[in-house]
Design a protein around this ligand. Structure first.
Ligand code: SF4
Length: 241
């Protein structure tokens, strides 16, 4: 292992955040190019987007750690062992992992709760979807940032994975928080391993000279980093931050 990263947790604030309209409408149940929302839905979408933009406070904490042991289903780094089914085959020979916790804060969910209480249900539901779209976009951005840090060192970065998605047990949130505590950005875990604020995403990505990247979709196709010299394929679309 030649290239090295600082292994201290880093808090990132003032992050540029795009809210992808297609993503928000997907959370509302619309399938792109199949369902077209009508003018009433689009009016609620515009209202929720404007409201949501003023309520999000995107921030993240990220931490690179050297991998000290790995096998078919486990990765050990920073004295913590993660059990992720099939990770050895999916990611190949990784040398580093990056654990991260991202959040948009609790302002949006508190406003959505007020709207539910006031029976303004369509706007409340759309605002909740705006929050989901915003935190997804934030997690993508953090994945892209990790790639931009590692790839000039000759270390391609894998797609992110999160506890509770696919076959990775949600109870592993505790181990992931052991690697990268969320308290630096005000994110905590309850007994059921759910995060608070709700609009938060924890993630793990990995880097290695021979790491397998793009194992379930091309990260570059989703990456909006302009002028990246290492781009493997064009971005499918541009979402301005
Ligand atoms: S364009 Fe591709 S290689 Fe460049 S930062 Fe984005 S994901 Fe990484």
């Amino acid at each position: 292992m030649s290239a090295t990263f600082s292994t201290a947790p880093r808090v990132l604030t003032a992050l540029p955040l795009a809210i992808d309209p297609d993503e928000v409408l997907r959370f509302q149940g619309y399938k792109k190019s199949v369902d077209t929302p009508g003018p009433e839905v689009l009016a609620i979408f515009d209202e929720a987007l404007a409201l949501g933009r003023g309520l999000v406070a995107p921030r993240a904490v990220v931490r690179w750690l050297a991998v000290t042991r790995r096998d078919a289903d486990t990765i050990e780094a920073g004295g913590v062992t993660l059990t992720i089914p099939d990770v050895g085959r999916l990611w190949g020979p990784i040398e580093w992992v990056a654990a991260a916790v991202c959040t948009i804060g609790d302002g949006l969910e508190r406003r959505a709760a007020e709207l539910w209480a006031a029976r303004e249900l369509p706007l409340a539901a759309m605002l909740d979807s705006v929050g989901s779209g915003a935190v997804e976009s934030l997690a993508e951005y953090v994945n892209d940032l990790l790639c931009q840090e590692a790839i000039p060192l000759g270390l391609p970065v894998t797609n992110r994975v999160s506890p509770g998605y696919g076959r990775w047990d949600v109870r592993q949130q505790k181990s992931l928080f052991g690697m990268c505590p969320g308290d630096a950005i005000g994110v905590s875990l309850n007994e059921a391993c759910f995060m608070s604020p709700v609009k938060s995403i924890s993630l793990l990505a990995a880097a290695g000279a021979r790491a397998k990247v793009d194992h379930y979709f091309s990260q570059c196709a989703r990456c909006w980093m302009p002028d990246c010299a290492y781009r493997r394929m064009p971005a499918r679309k541009t979402v301005h931050r």
